[in-house]
Design a protein around this ligand. Structure first.
Ligand code: ZN
Length: 260
């Protein structure tokens, strides 16, 4: 009796272990093999970003933790509804949605250990954003070990997406605050000094709520005249993978000025 009971108890305890290990292997496979696209992951959030933010659904992908629109705009799945639900009456229309309203000072915190060329690119990007007219002031701290506010910039190994292999991913604004981080892809394409500056300018643009000027989707910033139609080929907020920095386009400047 004792023997039988022991055997039974053993099996009884083995069963949950077996189930747990099956579940873990399933998710481990899922994470590596089926990470993107993941239609079933956060479908409600994907739908919301398509409907309200106006992103083309085919450009939105999801991982367990985040939803990525058009290859590099990141929305956290955690507290998504608290962070990104927008006032539908905000019809102010260059493509945008999340406006920074809680602060006018955008602090860029570049993590210690970041390669010098990226630190320099971030510095140049901050100078660039400060050089044009708008209501925000940009500043930068380097060799930061732990940032408490502002935008954290650091190197990270990022997953490839079906959309593209990203140079970097930028968090979108939430709750009136700028997107909280820019992750530079340690596995991204190589880039020139000029491209690094362009990439940093572009990603900071996302952190303050600007989206892609060539996506044809989303809500336009208002009162841009001819800048509201056609493609602005000189825009740094274009998503065509060429980011050599030669300054903002006239429409970029106009859009930033109108938005802020
Ligand atoms: Zn982008």
């Amino acid at each position: 009796m004792k023997k039988i009971k022991t055997a039974f108890s053993k099996n009884y305890f083995l069963l949950p272990l077996l189930i747990v290990s099956c579940v873990i292997s399933f998710y481990a496979c899922k994470k590596t093999d089926q990470q993107l696209p993941a239609e079933a992951l956060h479908q409600d959030m994907v739908d919301y970003l398509a409907k309200v933010y106006g992103f083309n659904k085919n450009t939105i992908e999801a991982t367990k933790d985040e939803i990525i629109a058009e290859g590099d705009m990141v929305f956290s799945a955690n507290d998504f509804w608290k962070k990104y639900t927008v006032n539908l009456n905000d019809n102010a229309k260059h493509y945008k949605y999340g406006k920074v309203t809680a602060t006018s000072n955008i602090l860029i915190n570049v993590a210690s250990g970041t390669p010098t060329e990226w630190v320099d690119a971030a510095k140049s990007a901050v100078t660039a954003w400060n050089s044009i007219s708008g209501g925000l002031t940009f500043s930068i701290k380097t060799n930061v070990n732990q940032s408490t506010s502002g935008v954290s910039v650091y190197m990270a190994e990022l997953p490839g997406t079906f959309w593209k292999k990203p140079y970097a991913l930028a968090e979108y604004p939430s709750g009136g605050y700028p997107g909280w981080r820019i992750r530079i892809n340690t596995k991204g394409f190589s880039s020139t000094k000029s491209e690094k500056i362009g990439i940093m300018v572009h990603e900071i643009g996302h952190c303050i709520g600007l989206t892609h000027t060539d996506s044809g989707e989303g809500t336009l910033i208002g009162n841009l005249g001819t800048c509201s139609t056609g493609t602005d080929n000189a825009s740094i907020m274009k998503d065509d993978g060429t980011y050599s920095w030669s300054g903002f386009s006239e429409c970029d400047k106009k859009a930033y000025d109108a938005f802020y």
